[in-house]
Design a protein around this ligand. Structure first.
Ligand SMILES: C[S@@+](CC[C@H](N)C(=O)[O-])C[C@H]1O[C@@H](n2cnc3c(N)ncnc32)[C@H](O)[C@@H]1O
Length: 276
């Protein structure tokens, strides 16, 4: 799909304004879990200082968080309006001195030299916007090219198994049931809903990283044990001052448990570029 076509699809997608995208990670208990687990992994693996490329940064929630922690960050995304919104959020947070001028472009052709970044993060599944296999492998190869030897790459994608579960979980998804379960969709992994998404089969994102010469360090289900639990139940445990810290600890302890990562909505693969 041509880039302009992807931009148009994102603009036409329901509730895809910069504000909606910025609010997304705080809006529902399941998105808050995605944010909690992703931030936990960033804390756990990022080096503490250095230059980070946020590739597919959207309006920049993670970029702002990381700049607040003292990292220098470059914001990169396809959508100029997300970047413009993100720039205002960076200024509001008082971290403009640590965030470079946002760059609009395609993650499959990064306008940076080799071995520049201490880490490249691509969170919230930008790779799932790429419906062509060649674009996905070129993108991961680009991320591997621009990260320094020894540097970190965080890749996320939507998982195919979770899409099947979501069909039954969300009554509003029922209208997509026939399309998503059709033999052609199941074979291609490309789901046409309010947006067009590529969904990753188990092991596929890891294979892309390995093919790009990266070494896999961890795999995480960003929604972890909370994936597909009813929202009112998740809200209840979040609001419970005694139980929430215990549940949170268990969520973080188990987020890379192999039996649950495949059915999480977002899969996070954490990889490293080998040192020569
Ligand atoms: C769901 S948003 C995630 C935003 C942010 N990383 C987060 O987690 O909140 C996916 C982002 O990928 C961006 N994207 C999609 N295709 C892209 C491409 N070819 N090049 C750069 N960015 C792209 C979209 O514009 C969108 O901002």
């Amino acid at each position: 799909m041509a880039l302009e076509q992807i931009r148009q699809r994102i603009r036409q997608g329901l509730a895809r304004s910069p504000t909606w995208e910025w609010d997304r990670l705080r809006a529902t208990p399941i998105a808050r879990t995605e944010y909690l687990i992703t931030c936990h992994c960033l804390d756990r693996y990022l080096p503490g200082t250095g230059l980070i490329l946020d590739a597919g940064c959207g309006p920049g929630r993670y970029a702002v968080d990381l700049a607040r922690q003292g990292y220098r960050v470059m914001m990169f995304d396809l959508m100029p309006e997300y970047l413009q919104f993100g720039r205002a959020k960076v200024a509001e947070a008082g971290v403009s001195d640590r965030v470079g001028a946002p760059v609009a472009g395609d993650v499959a052709a990064l306008p940076y030299a080799d071995d520049v970044f201490d880490a490249v993060i691509s969170l919230g599944a930008p790779l799932s916007h790429l419906t062509e296999a060649q674009a996905r492998s070129r993108t991961v190869a680009e991320m591997a090219r621009v990260v320094k030897p020894g540097g970190w790459v965080f890749l996320t994608g939507l998982t195919r198994l979770a899409i099947y579960r979501s069909l039954v979980y969300w009554p509003c998804s029922w209208e997509f049931f026939d399309h998503v379960t059709a033999a052609e969709t199941r074979a291609s992994g490309i789901v046409d809903g309010s947006l067009t998404w590529y969904t990753f089969a188990p092991g596929e994102l890891e294979a892309l990283a390995t093919c790009a010469g990266l070494h896999i360090v961890d795999r995480v289900g960003c929604e972890g044990l909370a994936a597909h639990l009813p929202m009112p139940h998740l809200e209840r445990v979040e609001a419970d001052r005694k139980r929430w810290p215990v549940w949170k600890e268990i969520l973080l302890e188990t987020c890379n448990e192999p039996t649950i990562i495949g059915v999480s909505n977002h899969l996070l693969v954490i990889a490293r570029k080998p040192e020569p």
